[in-house]
Ligand binder design. Structure first.
Ligand code: NDP
Ligand SMILES: O=C(O)C(=O)[C@@H](O)[C@H](O)C(=O)CO
Length: 271
């Protein structure tokens, strides 16, 4: 059973979710069905992933809708504004075809535009209208989170950011923890690129697990959530399977892998 992480609104999310970036629409039903069979109960979609319709259909056909948290994200390009949120959300809502979307995220702050606060106000409207259960952000830094609170009186319940052993984001995680915001890692496996790291391979052998399981266990022991993606049923099951806690010594060896290397785009490069 996947651990649940409490959200500021009193609800909770599973610590491991199913990422859908780069899952082609034609494969999405199969991947979601395999994910649900493996035990995933949160599905991390986005307007930008071009598979919202297939994601929604798979959820409707699963017969498990009430057990699931379906997440999508507002892309905000070319326009990030209050009205663009309302229009783009209506389109996402129609594609997904569910009565309510569980989680809705601002995909990138696009801070130089100066419009993420009005964007957040539109998110609050959607939540207050009952069309979204919880509202969140991705790729926000501490200053942008603080601006949201100062201007609107409300923190996002989740900040989804790139994080893995090369990029643990300790400072941002500490800020989140101090304010009750859940850190959810995107590219939690470093897009698969860090899985042949000798330290991770060695620890995996020592604990009779795989490198992906070791990395995901590390995320949980940092107190965060993660949304790994895989196209393969066996890896989906591997990534959600529980393994025993890593030792302090294991965690110290993983901590030494921090390099600041990103596997995806930095927020300042998505203006
Ligand atoms: N908010 C944002 O800006 C962003 C959000 N995201 C979200 O985060 C999710 C995960 O990030 P993503 O970039 O996909 O990267 P991940 O870190 O989840 O890595 C996915 C890659 O790792 C491979 N992989 C998965 N499991 C295993 C395993 N057990 N063993 C070996 N290889 C494995 C996958 O291959 P294969 O599929 O062939 O198994 C794929 O190539 C996305 O799908 C999306 O939902 C991602 C980027 C940005
Ligand atoms: O990081 C990248 O380079 C990407 O293409 C993705 O992260 C993309 O921008 C994205 O936001 C996926 O959620």
């Amino acid at each position: 059973m996947v651990a649940q992480l409490p959200l500021l609104d009193g609800s909770s999310i599973p610590a491991i979710g199913l990422g859908l970036y780069k899952v082609p629409p034609a494969d999405t039903a199969r991947v979601v069905a395999d994910g649900l069979a493996a035990g995933y109960r949160l599905i991390d979609g986005a307007q930008m992933y071009d598979n919202e319709a297939a994601m929604g259909a798979a959820v409707r056909e699963s017969g498990m809708r009430d057990e699931l948290q379906v997440v999508t994200k507002f892309w905000g390009d070319p326009v990030q504004s209050y009205d663009a949120v309302l229009a783009d959300f209506a389109a996402s809502e129609q594609r997904i075809g569910l009565d309510v979307i569980d989680g809705y995220m601002i995909h990138w702050p696009r801070a130089p535009r100066g419009t993420f606060v009005e964007t957040w106000r539109a998110f609050q409207t959607l939540r207050d209208e009952g069309r979204v259960r919880w509202i969140a952000v991705a790729n926000f830094g501490e200053a942008e989170l603080q601006t949201l609170l100062d201007e609107t009186g409300e923190w996002p319940v989740v900040n989804q950011v790139e994080s893995h052993p090369w990029l643990p984001q300790h400072d941002l995680r500490a800020f989140h923890a101090a304010n009750g915001i859940v850190t959810q890692a995107w590219s939690p496996l470093g897009r698969g690129r860090l899985l042949d790291d000798p330290t991770l391979v060695a620890i995996a052998a020592e604990v009779d697990a795989t490198p992906a399981q070791v990395v995901l266990r590390w995320h949980l022991q940092l107190g965060g959530a993660a949304a790994p993606k895989s196209m393969h049923a066996s890896r989906l099951a591997e990534n959600i399977a529980e393994i025993p806690a890593l030792s302090v010594e294991h965690l110290a060896r993983i901590a030494a892998l921090e390099s600041g290397v990103r596997t995806g785009t930095a927020p300042q490069d998505r203006p």
